[in-house]
Design a protein around this ligand. Sequence first.
Ligand SMILES: [Zn+2]
Ligand SMILES: [Zn+2]
Length: 125
Amino acid sequence: MIKTLFTFDNPPISSAETASKSHVLLCRECGLEFEATHGGRRYCSEICRKANWSRQVQAWKAAHTTARIEFATCRHCLRVFEVPPRAAGRLPKWCSPSCKQAFLHPPAAPREPDMIDQLFADGDE
Ligand SMILES: [Zn+2]
Ligand SMILES: [Zn+2]
C-alpha cells in the first residue's frame, strides 16, 4: 500500500480538545465568540486574522523605523550619502545604481587578444 504522500506535523492536541471536536473561542481580533473546528485557531475568520497580522506588521514597522537617519559612504564615488530609514538590513554600498554598475563593471581596460584570436592569427598561413 502507498502511504500518504504528505505527513503533516500535527500540533499537539490535548485530550480535552480531541474529546470535543469543536469548542468556542474568543476571536483575538474582534472579540466575538466563534466555534473552533480545530485547535490553535485564534481568529473567527480570515479577515480578522489578516487584520491582526497587518496591525502587527504596522506596529513592528513603526517600532523599527523611527526616523533614524543613517549615512553610508559610496564605494565608487566616495560620496557620503543619506540612507533613508529602513526597516532592517545592511547599509547600501553605493549611492546610486549607476555607481554600483560603475564599481562592479568598470570600463573595460584595453583588451588583450585572447587565446582564440592568437590561435587563428598564428595558424593563418
Ligand atoms: Zn473576529
Ligand atoms: Zn556614488
